[in-house]
Write a protein that binds this ligand. Structure first.
Ligand code: SF4
Length: 83
């Protein structure tokens, strides 16, 4: 995979991975899922972050599009938490 700083998966060529994440998000229970506005705000913050590489947060190793989908989840960067 070509490295892309500050790219989300859905903006890269990793369509199969993104579709897998999308389907996992679709299966979350409504009470555990962030609403659409919160989700997009979180991803906007990730897009400004130096720790985002090709859709993966280098602070935790998660795909941010998956991590951000959980309402209770937080940005893992404790020294500069963006969401
Ligand atoms: S450190 Fe926080 S803002 Fe940065 S990519 Fe990770 S989750 Fe997103």
């Amino acid at each position: 995979m070509k490295e892309c700083k500050r790219c989300l998966l859905r903006e890269s060529a990793e369509n199969a991975t993104f579709e897998d994440i999308r389907s996992r998000i679709d299966r979350l229970r409504p009470e555990e899922k962030a609403d659409a506005q919160l989700y997009e705000r979180r991803l906007d913050a990730c897009r400004t972050c130096d720790h985002l590489i090709s859709g993966i947060c280098m602070k935790c190793g998660c795909y941010v599009e998956f991590r951000a989908a959980f309402r209770q989840m937080k940005c893992p960067n404790v020294s500069d938490r963006k969401w």
